[in-house]
Design a protein around this ligand. Sequence first.
Ligand code: C2E
Ligand code: MG
Ligand code: MG
Length: 673
Amino acid sequence: MDQYPPNLGLVDRMSAALLGRRVAAACVTVILTICFVAGSYVQATVNQLNDTHQAFNDRQLRNGYVAMSDVQRLVLIMQDAFGKGEMTPNAVDEFRSAADFLFVRTDTFRRTLRNGVYMESADNAVAQLQRVQDLVDHALATNFDGLPTLSQRLTVLSQNARQALVTYLDDMSRQQDRILIRQAIAVQNQRIVIWTTLAGLSVLGIVAIFLLRREVRAKQARQVAEERVRHLAFFDPLTGLPNRVHFQDRLGTLLEKQTSVALLLIDLDGFKSINDTNGHAAGDAILEHVSDMLRLTSDKYDGFASRLGGDEFSVFVQTDDLTLLKCICAEAIDRISQPIVFEGEKLQVEASIGLAMNTQISTQMDMNVDSLSRVADFALYASKSNGKRQFTVYDEALEQQFLKRRAMVEELPRAIADGSMEFFLQPKVDLATEQTYGFEALARWRRNDLIVPPHDFIATAEESGLITDIDYCVLRNATKAIADFNFINNTNFSISINFSTIHFNSRKLIDVVEEALNSSGLAPELLIIEITETIEMQDWDQAKHIIAAIHKLGAKISIDDFGAGFSSLAYLRTTVANEIKIDRSLIEDIETSDISRFLLDAVLDIARNLDLEVTVEGIETRIQADIVSKMGANNAQGYLFGRPMPKEEALQKAIKYSDHVVSRNMARGIQVL
Ligand code: C2E
Ligand code: MG
Ligand code: MG
C-alpha cells in the first residue's frame, strides 16, 4: 500500500538519536570526561611551572652553599701553607683547582642570578666573591709572594664573602618561603578557577543536551502530528485504505495519461442491517474485513483499492481485458462474502459491483474521475436493482439509460422551479367501512406531457440532493390543497407526505413543516410525515431531535415500507412513531404464503403493543383485503381502493366520505377548524 514517508534528513536522524536515553547519557559522560581531562591537563601544566620556579630557587641555594665551601677550601689551603711557611707545589695545584672551581661557581652564580628576581644581597655576594676571585688570581699571578699578607687578606675577604653569601642565602630562603606561600595561594586560586570553569562548562553542556533533547522531541512530535494529518488526508483511519481524495488523485493521473483503466465501484449489501442489529463495532469489523479482501484482490492484479466512504469501496486496475475484469469482480464478491466471526458471532456481508472502463465510455462525455465514477455508479445501481450480490458492466445499453437519466437530472431543478413537479393523491381507507379518511401525496413529474413516476427520478434526486426541494414542494402544495379542501367542505382528511431520511440530518425540516402548517392552516394532527428508508440516516441523535420537534408541532410520524428491510425494527426501537405502513412486499403473496401471514401477524402484534396505527399498503384484491382485515388491520391503501390520482379527481371522489371522515377523526380527537 502507498505511504507518504517522513522526510528525515541526516541532521534529523542524528538529533533523533539523541532522544535515546543511552545516547544522551553517553554525551553527558563524554562532556564530563573531556572537562575532567582538560582540567587535569591544565592543573598539571600549572604544577609544572611552579616546580620549575622552585627548581631555580633550589639551584641558587645550592650554588651559594657550594661557593661558600669553595672559598672555605681556598682559605684552608692558604692558612695551611702560611702555617708551614711556604706553598708546596701540591698546595699550589690544590689552590689552583679550588680557584678554578670558585671561578666557575661565581660565573654560574652570576649568570643564574640574571634569570631570577633582583636582590641587593645577591649583587653584594657576587661582588664579594669577585674580590676573593681577584685576590686568588693575584696570589697565583705573584706566585704567593707575601704569603702572610695574602693569607690574612684572603681570610678577611672570605669572611666578607661568606657573610654576603649567608645574607643572600637568608634573603633567598625568606623569599622562597614567600614564593611558596604565594604559590600555594595561586595554585589554590587556579584550581578553583579551573574547576569552576569546567563545572560551568559541564553544566552548560548538560543543559544544552537537555534543551536539544526537548527541541528534538517537540520537533518529532510535530513531525508525527504533521504525518498523521497528511495520512488522514489521504488514508481512511478505520481501514487504512487510501481515501476518496487519494483515489481521485491517482485515478485522475492515470486518466490523464490515457491508459486503459477499469473502475470497480463496490457497495455492500445489507451493511446497514449489520450496523443496526449487531452494533457499530461489528459494522467496523465488517468494513475492515472488506478492506482486507479488496486489498488482496487489488494487490493480485496490481490495482489500487480505496474506501470512498460509508460502505462504498473502489478498486481500479489498468486493463480493458473484459474477461479478466469479470474474474476480478467475481473474485472480489466471493472474497467479501466470506463470513467473519466477531465477538463469537458469525457475520456475513455481500457486495454489488459496478464496472466501467474508460475505453468503453461514449465520446459524448468528458473523460475524468467524476464521469468514470458516475457511470460505474450507474452500473452499480443496476446491480443493486437486479437483485444485489452481482456485478454489472457499463456497456452500450446501460449507457443509453445513463444518458437518458442524466438529461432528466439536468432538467429536474427547472421542473421543480416551474411547477412541473406535481403530486397525485392516493386514498387511505378504513378497512372496516372502506371509506377514505386521508391521502398520501405521491410526487409526479409532468415532463413533455408525460407523467414520470417517482421510481424514475427519486433515487437520482436523492443522489443529487434535489430531493429536499421536491419534498418541500410536495409538502407545501399538498398541505395547502388538503387544508383548503377541508376548509371548504368542513372535513378533516389527513395528508401523508413522503420524506427522504436525508432531511433528518438537518433542522431545516422543522422550519419547513412549521411554515407549511402555518401558511396552509392545516390542523397539525392531520399532517403525517412518512419516513422512507431509501438512504441511511447519518446521525440518529439529530434525527431523534427533529422527530421530537415535529411531534411538538402536533404533526405525526409514520414509518413507511415497514417490513421491506431488516432495519425497520431498528427504526421502531429508536423512532417515536404514530403509524407504521406495512410494505407491499408482505402483502403480495399473503394469500399463498404462510411466512408472509406469520410476518404480518407479528408486525400487527408489535404495533398493537406499541399502540401504533397500522396502514397496510398495496392491497390489490378483495381476498387480500379480507385476509388483512381478519388479521386485525384497520387501515389500508392500495389499487383496490384507489390508485394515485390527480388531486382534483381524488378529492372529488372523497367528498362522499365527508361525514364519515369527520366523525372518524372526531372520535380520534381531531377537530376541523
Ligand atoms: P410509498 O411511499 O411506499 O408509496 C406507495 C407506492 O406504492 C406508490 O408508488 C404507489 O403508487 C404504490 N402503490 C400503492 N398501492 C399500490 C398497489 O396496490 N399496488 C402496487 N403495485 N403499487 C401500489 P409511487 O407513487 O410510484 O411511489 C413510489 C415511492 O416513491 C413511494 O413509495 C415513496 O417511497 C417514493 N415517493 C413518492 N413521492 C415521493 C416524494 O414526494 N418524496 C419522496 N421522498 N419520496 C416519494
Ligand atoms: Mg409513502
Ligand atoms: Mg410505502
